[in-house]
Design a protein around this ligand. Sequence first.
Ligand SMILES: NC(=O)c1ccc[n+]([C@@H]2O[C@H](COP(=O)([O-])OP(=O)(O)OC[C@H]3O[C@@H](n4cnc5c(N)ncnc54)[C@H](O)[C@@H]3O)[C@@H](O)[C@H]2O)c1
Length: 114
Amino acid sequence: MSTEKVRLAIIGCGGMAGAHLNAYIRLKNQGLDQFDFVAMCDIVENRAQQFAQKAAESQDCVAPMVYTDMHTMLEKEKLHAADICMPHFLHHTTAIACRATSPVFLSSGGWSQQ
Ligand SMILES: NC(=O)c1ccc[n+]([C@@H]2O[C@H](COP(=O)([O-])OP(=O)(O)OC[C@H]3O[C@@H](n4cnc5c(N)ncnc54)[C@H](O)[C@@H]3O)[C@@H](O)[C@H]2O)c1
């Protein structure tokens, strides 16, 4: 069985993503740490940076990379999962872009698996 952790990115670091981030960190704190935050992406860089900083505290100060353009992120990062928390009208095209580069789980509003 592979011991590689799930490489997770959050795309869109706004209100709902904050709730997701807190939930992920609670999982890690309870020992369910089979995933790593590897990238945070938001068109507002400061939001992605704040998420990266908070995520780093939950994984031995290993900070996820920060991106303001998801296509650049998808080119550079090997992802297993993307939690899409952008405005609704961007979900579809973002999900397609994610799936073009990596097998991904998509969280789009509620959790859904593709
Ligand atoms: N807020 C809620 O209570 C709630 C509940 C359930 C579901 N949702 C769903 O969650 C999604 C996000 O809602 P929210 O309330 O967090 O919105 P939000 O506006 O707080 O956050 C959206 C974030 O996406 C970023 N963003 C916009 N375009 C982007 C792009 N091209 N690339 C990267 N980042 C981009 C914005 O800068 C912002 O930080 C929506 O689809 C919403 O329907 C929200």
